[in-house]
Design a protein around this ligand. Sequence first.
Ligand code: GLN
Length: 600
Amino acid sequence: METPLKKFLDNCYSEFIDEKAGRVADYIPELTKANPDHFGISVATIDGYLYEVGDTDVPFTIQSISKAFVFALALEELGEKIVESTIGVEPSGEAFNSIRLNRKDLPFNPMVNAGAIACSGLIYRSAKSQAFDLICKTISRLAGRNLDVDVAVFESERATGDRNRAIAWLLKNYSVLEGDVDEVLDIYFRQCAILVTARDLAIMAATLANRGVNPVTGEVVFSPKNVARTLSVMTSSGMYDYAGEWVYRVGVPAKSGVGGGIIASLPSQIGLGTFSPRLDGYGNSVRGIKVCENISAHFGLHVLNRGNDVQSSLVADYDMSGITSRKYRLPKEIKILNENSNRIRILELIGTLDFVKADFICRRILMNSNDIVVLDFRRVPGIFQSANLLFEGLAKIFNAQGQALILCGFEKGSALGGLLDKWVHNQENVRWFLSLNDAMEWAEGQIIEKYGVTENYDKVTALSQQELLKGLTDKEIIELEKLGMKKSYKSGECIIKADDSSQIVYFLLSGIVNVKVSNGAKLASLAPGMAFGEMALLDQNRTADVYSETDVLCFELTLKNYIIYREMYPSSAEHIVRNLGEILSGRISKLNNKINALTK
Ligand code: GLN
């Protein structure tokens, strides 16, 4: 696909294709056979999309890039205690093949030969004869395909690798290596000779960027903790004695190999793999370094150059004055809510919540002391552990102060639900609702209970209390009553189906009914004194289902009988229609309030 990033990579390729500086590695005789002109650039995104330019499917040996992955594998297999007591994590400031150890007689870090041979030794310690297989399978899982070894390169390095042999014996002397030194060296030389392409490297790097999950295959290869450890040593030592300069200029964790490959891994974004065999004096690919520098500088990808905007985590922050849930209430309750609904505060959050965004939200909430705060997570795809910990702290403060905190807008079984669930359940004053409306209803109920008395919805109300019949004389009501009939429903019955063609207006005398659209979402919850199916007075379409939530008593008037009534009492009928207009305009103004709250 021709995308802006693809265009950029194409340009990068043309810009550096004529760069001929550097020399192909020759200390391993077989490596001199590499074609110095090969040049490939590949980028894999954490959603598994691949960009490729040039020679991205030409195989070459992975060499030192394997060090990063075998280190991660050692952490997985033996745990950090053993690994950290065997190998340091300090940059050595020396060439990759330096034979010097640190003051404790341990390798400086796992990215130089001494540390890498020690890592291979650790895998050998735990997997014995299976060690190489385990390494090769793991690197294959990172690439998402089965990788082979270039036997000629392996044998060539084994035949000439006396310097590494010397390092290994030195490690053996200090008990960093255990067992058969030659067997460990065999594993090390073989792992360096695994054949990869620039495309493989991009996917491997993206797996690190994606916290250990291969973004193409979805396979979990390493744990996030061990990936972070690996990226740390890549940052401080991945480019040998050029590492400091690298962090300064490029600022993306990387690792290079004398085969001409480089991986660069930008956490939570992309993995980059380059291939170009000509190396500089440090043993790093000349063109590879230029590509990395170019991408990082052009797009400002340095990991220490990050921006954030805490305020963008809030879509809306409002209290409920002038706003109600979709539950219509009886007059006394409405009065209590009108006076007190500013005690309910709603914050609609958006985006992945990180540490400082969560802190901002906590501060916003604690600026006022509302009885109830609802956090709507509908637009939140994820939350960092750090943010979750802050919210957990917020829940404790709320609990201590007797305020209620409500979370809504996510499924309990979802990934987000799993994270939040931990503290929802530990705190008495923290509650969960699926939808914002459910949360609002509950909050209103609490306010009504605290500042007034809850009404009895089972008490049968008179027809004269219907809001639709407001202002009609007793006589007009008695005449209307003669034209309809009372009917009761058990709780949970369907009273109106959306496609129902029967034209009846229902006046709710007792109980609660819910108006629902076909996907089950609740449009409204009605209380005694309200009518439903009343739109039949205006048009013929039923657009929603109506179910009884409790046992219900209705007064039902067919449209036919209403027309008879209209002929008998035209001015009274006009009154009813005017009432309907008033009710509808009230609903619209409530909707406007909501929209206002959302956009201010
Ligand atoms: N196999 C090589 C060695 O140990 C790996 C070195 C490298 O890629 N820098 O010499």
